[in-house]
Design a protein around this ligand. Structure first.
Ligand code: PEP
Ligand code: MG
Length: 756
């Protein structure tokens, strides 16, 4: 059944709308299995019913009319149990419910397969047979495979409102797309889609403002690629076999063919811009080639894809990839993935929200969003990115939700929340300049995490006790080679001067994982368990030494540098690093620089470092807990993988125990411990960290006042009671509830949820 399966999947994939996809699907499945009816029901939890969405076999006017109560009948059973119902004779089953409108009693055989996305039942795919028939195993698995694909298409259609006519009644709340709450706040604005260059699939739909200009740009791009092929053919002539040389001619023919040029122009005339029109033309052509039996001809589909990318590149070189400087006043950046550079390109005052399909609460984009105080919902896996350009959106960064084309009701509700939020931030503003001290006089200094954006003056300078974590990766990322000692010295000097005399903890290079350098590619199948952080710099002492020398020289005359080592998993790494730091110091003395040996700390961000915290504490001056990585390694959950974001539980009981173990190990050696992962900026965690005896917290600028609000509203004694109770919890949910209750009790529930 592989061939029909592939054919159906391709047809569904190519279909321009969900309706068209469903029409193909029900027809083809009915045919392939030889059933009498194939139908798709959509589950509508608001109306508590399943509604017939498409059918081949039942009267066409039953679509949208036949509605089965939520948990009734065999369809209800398949949905409720999220399981397959396969019956020789449906009539004999106690759950059988006769559906009058469909002439149901003529059918005996029944197969119901739930359509599930992320554990949620979206509908049921149903096959019926007049004669009694139990469907064979391979037929069932065939339908299950299709139901999985269909789930993605339905979720997408729900997200972009395509299903509104069936599933929404007037006055019902708008549907939303669910992702991960990555940066608190609410943003209401217009979608601007960002996407990587020369990636056809990532190109969004966008209305052609001036179709004539779009057509002209497309024709110029085609001509440029054709000319390039001509030049290449000339250069290669004589060195290739004749049949290979002929390929150049074939490419030109393809490029200048009616189906390439005229189809794209027709799509532009129909309203899409040149890049979007090109994307659809290429997708159609590739699919046509894919359907051919001859493997040689099928290969030519790849050539069309290549040509399409070449033309796209020319188009993008001619026009800015995003609408240039013209960001709407209220821009919500939308992308499959969003980079720091794409965020930096939007004027800060125009940016009101971030939404992406990838990423999670602890990915670096999320950290950046919190740092600059922009609401973000990441890991919104069903986000129909390419179709969102110009659409009105609401981003709920508290709950990780996105509303596409929100109803007036939802808009008004969120508008009210924004007003409340502004009042709340004004209240928080009153905390500026006050010490971060508990009601019983215990000080918990709050430091700043910075370095993810190249700011002139990092936000939160006045409010922080200094910098608890300066990530040095970005200055390395924005260059086309490793920055030299002098460049780095100037950079660090500026930072140290900005905060002097307050301490600034600069971390040595932590590339690898999800942070790569364009000029130092590290290709690994499992980068978070691979060559990253200290592992790279230990293998490249020249990179490490240059960086440390630059830091030590920057510190001369200021004396506020602290040095931090990332991704430590064993004591050898620390011993080697300490030896190199000592060597850098000695060398610089010999060269006449009056440098000093700064305090050195290690990051505790791997389980190994937790278990060896005492041995590490003995070697260094302080410990800094990087909860972002520590949680991903403790819980075996990739911090960037939206699919498992629900398992990335910052309040998992194992996390609390690991933190306590580190604090106690440091205490045994009289060392200070700070927390510099994102947990430090989560106001819910403040009572726990305070009670554990953590000495300081380091966080994004946007979190400073929120956390200070909690510190100043609670006593250490009360915090210890909360921790004692939390340690009885066996789930993260239990800990979270306890902490939410505690925040409500001190009147600060509004810090972590919308509305108060
Ligand atoms: C961490 O892992 O918690 C941390 C602070 O480092 P980064 O987020 O840069 O990996
Ligand atoms: Mg880390």
């Amino acid at each position: 059944m592989l061939a029909p399966l592939r054919r159906i999947l391709e047809a569904v994939d190519r279909a321009p709308s969900l309706d068209a996809a469903l029409a193909v699907l029900v027809h083809e499945v009915k045919d392939a299995i030889g059933a009498d009816v194939c139908s798709v029901y959509l589950t509508d939890p608001d109306r508590r019913e399943h509604v017939l969405l498409a059918t081949d076999g039942l009267p066409p006017d039953a679509v949208g009319r036949v509605r089965v109560p939520l948990n009734r009948g065999l369809i209800g059973r398949a949905a409720e149990r999220a399981d397959i119902v396969n019956l020789d004779d449906a009539h004999t089953h106690p759950c059988y419910l006769k559906l009058n409108e469909t002439g149901d009693d003529q059918y005996h055989g029944f197969l119901g397969v739930p359509i599930i996305q992320h554990r949620k039942v979206l509908g049921v795919l149903v096959l019926r047979q007049r004669a009694p028939r139990r469907f064979a195993d391979d037929e069932v698995t065939f339908v299950v495979t299709l139901a999985v694909q269909l789930a993605a298409a339905i979720a997408l259609a729900r997200g972009n409102g395509e299903l509104g006519r069936l599933s929404q009644g007037p006055g019902l709340p708008s549907r939303h797309l669910a992702g991960v709450a990555a940066s608190p706040g609410v943003g209401i604005g217009t979608a601007v889609v960002v996407y990587p260059p020369a990636d056809l699939e990532a190109v969004p739909d966008r209305p052609a403002a001036d179709p004539d200009a779009e057509v002209a740009a497309f024709q110029q791009a085609v001509a440029a690629v054709a000319a390039e092929i001509g030049r290449l053919a000339e250069r290669m002539s004589g060195t290739l076999r004749d049949e290979d040389q002929a390929l150049f001619g074939a490419w030109r023919l393809m490029l200048e063919s009616e189906s390439f040029v005229a189809d794209t122009i027709a799509r532009i005339r129909a309203g899409n811009w040149a890049q979007g029109a090109l994307r659809d033309t290429v997708a159609n052509l590739v699919a046509e080639f894919d359907r051919l039996d001859d493997p040689y001809l099928r290969e030519r589909g790849a050539d069309v894809g290549d040509l399409g990318r070449q033309v796209l590149l020319r188009l993008q070189q001619g026009a800015a990839a995003t609408p240039g400087e013209d960001y709407p006043g209220q821009t919500v950046l939308v992308g499959d993935d969003i980079s720091a550079m794409q965020i930096a390109a939007v004027p800060r005052e125009s940016l009101v929200g971030l939404v992406s399909r990838r990423g999670s609460a602890s990915s670096h984009v999320a950290i950046l969003a919190r740092g600059i105080g922009i609401p973000a919902a990441l890991g919104v896996m069903d986000l129909p990115v390419s179709r969102l350009e110009g659409w009105p959106l609401i981003v709920d960064g508290y709950r990780g939700r996105v509303y596409v084309q929100p109803s007036a009701l939802v808009r008004a509700e969120y508008g009210r929340l924004i007003v409340e939020e502004q009042a709340f931030s004004a209240e928080l503003d009153n905390l500026r300049g006050l010490p971060a001290e508990t009601t019983d006089g215990f000080a918990l200094p709050l430091y700043l995490n910075t370095g993810l954006v190249l700011e002139q003056r990092p936000l939160g300078i006045e409010e922080s006790a200094g910098v608890g974590l300066y990530r040095t990766e970005l200055p390395f990322m924005v260059r086309d080679r490793f920055p030299g000692e002098e460049t780095q010295r100037n950079h660090y000097r500026q930072l140290l001067e900005t905060f002097a005399p307050r301490p600034v903890t600069i971390r040595t290079l932590d590339v690898g994982g999800d942070k790569s350098l364009p000029y130092f590619p590290v290709e690994e199948s499992n980068p978070f368990l691979g060559w990253r952080g200290i592992r790279i710099t230990r293998d490249h002492p020249e990179i490490f030494m240059t960086q440390v020398r630059a830091m030590l020289r920057a510190d001369v005359g200021l004396g506020n540098l602290q040095l931090l080592l990332p991704m430590i998993t064993n004591t050898d790494e620390v011993d080697d690093a300490l030896a190199l730091i000592q060597r850098a110091c000695d060398e610089l003395h010999e060269e006449g620089h009056p440098v000093r040996l700064p305090p050195v700390g290690v990051m505790i961000e791997t389980p190994a470092a937790v278990y060896q915290a005492e041995a590490l504490a003995r070697r260094v001056d302080f410990l800094s807990i990087g909860t972002n990585d520590l949680i991903q390694y403790l819980l075996a959950v990739d911090r960037n993988n939206a699919r498992v974001a629900g398992l990335y539980d910052v309040f998992h009981p194992a996390v609390l125990r690991a933190l306590i173990q580190v604090v106690e190990a440091a205490r045994a050696y009289g060392r200070e411990v700070s927390v510099c992962g994102e947990l430090a900026g989560d106001p819910r965690a403040t009572p726990l960290l305070l009670a554990m005896g953590v000495h300081s917290l380091s966080m994004s600028a946007g979190s400073l006042l929120r956390v200070k609000g909690v510190v100043r509203s609670i006593s250490r004694t009360r915090a210890k009671e909360i921790l004692r109770k939390a340690l009885f919890c066996e789930t993260g949910a239990c800990v979270r509830q306890l902490l939410m209750d505690a925040l409500e009790e001190i009147g600060l529930g509004g810090l972590v949820r919308p509305g108060r």
